[in-house]
Design a protein around this ligand. Structure first.
Ligand code: GDP
Ligand code: MG
Length: 450
């Protein structure tokens, strides 16, 4: 996500050669400046940042570590803006959130993502309101999203935005919803009519939060538009969408520094789980190339049912892992979101995430083959992989439309997966895994104490 910046930081720190070497500090700050500008950070922000980093590094004695510390502290301080962090619930439910922004910025998708996050991770009762009545397709889009994530929708193509918001709020009061998310219409550019409509909705909804959704790909434009929305309507948080694209990352710094409203979430993918809370320390850790194991752990915890996981572990230990469990596992992995956004959270894997692009597990040919294979098995065979004799394998491969070789390969994968799982489920195996992760974490910057 922040590859350009992370690369630049690495190069900059690499320029520092000896302790107390002023010349190498100059080289390092020049390199830093270059990479910040390249990543689309506003030149004023760059200038201030460089000045502070240079000053602090000198004060603590020039060296790789002091430079890194200074940079890390300054980035954290820029990204830490006064205001709420992550999602904050109102003291009296429901928490009402107005989603605003330009057309195509990702409001509707992000509305769905936040609802999914609140439902799955915070176990909240969420109501979505379709207040974008400019385009009929917008309501249909929300119908599909809410059906997919199992969240209630208030929609009425014949209503006005104001009336639909009113009735939705009544419903939320009566039926004790925790959160109401209001998706509004956007325009390609800012115009008076839109601002009037939004002001009116704001008056009626009296929202606890106004989230401005900014398309990260639009760079400095996103900053300017955010400023206008802030002046005309008022915003309490910014959400950066499409961070999985070619966004250079610098826009996050610009938004924080220039708009002065805290970033609350980052959207990095088209799927519902592809949303992360924007917590400055975590983001800076990722900026420094150290990954973000905490976010990954949170996402995993929300998706993986603990009871189910325990039952599975027992099975694995006994060597009773079967094809049904295998399918179940694949389904769970899918819920984690896109491969790209997951890899981005693992230390040292950021650049790999860039390379693999948007690999969609669900649509991959291999996934289709595995599903076809397992559905061609009888229930008994699914439960007991040992039953698979050659004649049964021939029947299954014919049924699944696969050749013998493909079938053997997938079965071998399955055997390896269950062997590996068995190994990991023992105490020693877990330790090995942890050591491996520890080494990966250490793969960030040299000399950075952890
Ligand atoms: P709205 O007009 O502001 O409601 O924008 P939409 O939510 O309809 O999004 C516009 C397009 O951007 C859709 O095709 C979305 O799938 C896509 N989109 C939204 N958020 C993201 C994101 O984080 N990553 C990517 N790759 N696409 C996104
Ligand atoms: Mg929309």
């Amino acid at each position: 996500m922040f590859d350009t910046l992370t690369e630049g930081f690495k190069n900059a720190i690499g320029k520092i050669r000896f302790h107390d070497d002023e010349k190498s500090l100059k080289n390092a700050t020049l390199e830093l400046k270059k990479s910040l500008l390249k990543a689309d950070v506003h030149h004023k922000v760059v200038k201030d940042l460089i000045t502070v980093v240079e000053h602090d590094t000198k004060q603590n004695g020039i060296g790789k570590e002091s430079f890194l510390r200074a940079l890390q502290d300054e980035l954290t301080s820029i990204l830490t803006v006064k205001g709420n962090q992550g999602f904050v619930f109102a003291s009296k439910p429901p928490t009402v959130v107005l989603m605003i922004g330009l057309q195509g910025s990702g409001k509707t998708t992000t509305t769905g993502k936040i609802a999914y996050f609140l439902k799955e991770q915070k176990k909240k009762k969420v109501l979505i309101v379709a207040a974008d009545l400019q385009r009929l397709a917008a309501v249909e889009q929300l119908r599909q999203i809410t059906a997919q994530i199992g969240v209630e929708l208030v929609a009425d193509e014949g209503a006005t935005p104001a009336s639909i918001v009113k009735s939705a709020l009544q419903k939320a009061e009566q039926e004790l919803y925790d959160v109401v998310l209001i998706d509004t219409a956007g325009r390609l550019a800012i115009d008076e009519e839109l601002m009037d409509e939004l002001s009116q909705i704001k008056k009626i909804a009296d929202p606890d939060e106004l989230f401005y959704v900014a398309d990260a790909m639009t760079g400095q434009d996103a900053v300017r538009t955010a400023q206008t929305f802030k002046e005309k309507i008022g915003i309490t948080g910014v959400i950066l969408s499409k961070f999985d694209g070619d966004s250079k990352g610098g826009v996050a710094l610009g938004l924080a520094q220039q708009v002065g409203v805290p970033l609350r979430f980052i959207g990095a993918g088209e799927k519902m789980p592809d949303l992360e809370q924007f917590l400055p320390e975590r983001i800076v850790s990722r900026l420094m190339g150290a990954g973000d194991i905490e976010s990954l752990a949170e996402r995993t915890a929300a998706v993986i049912d603990e009871k189910q996981a325990k039952r599975l572990t027992q099975k694995i230990k006994k060597g009773a892992f079967n094809f049904n469990d295998f399918l179940e596992q694949l389904e769970q992995v899918k819920k984690l979101g896109s491969m790209k956004s997951i890899l981005g959270m693992i230390p040292g894997m950021g650049s790999m995430a860039k390379q693999i692009g948007d690999m969609d597990l669900d649509k991959s040919d291999e996934m289709k083959r595995i599903k076809a294979l397992i559905s061609s098995m009888t229930p008994k065979e699914r439960e007991n992989p040992d039953l698979l004799t050659n004649s049964r394998k021939r029947r299954i491969s014919a049924g699944a439309g696969l050749d013998q070789q493909q079938v053997n390969r997938i079965l071998k994968q399955f055997t390896n997966a269950s062997k590996m799982a068995k190994k990991l489920s023992t105490k020693g195996g877990m330790k090995q895994m942890q050591e491996m992760m520890g080494k990966m974490q250490g793969g960030g910057f040299p000399g950075l104490p952890r």
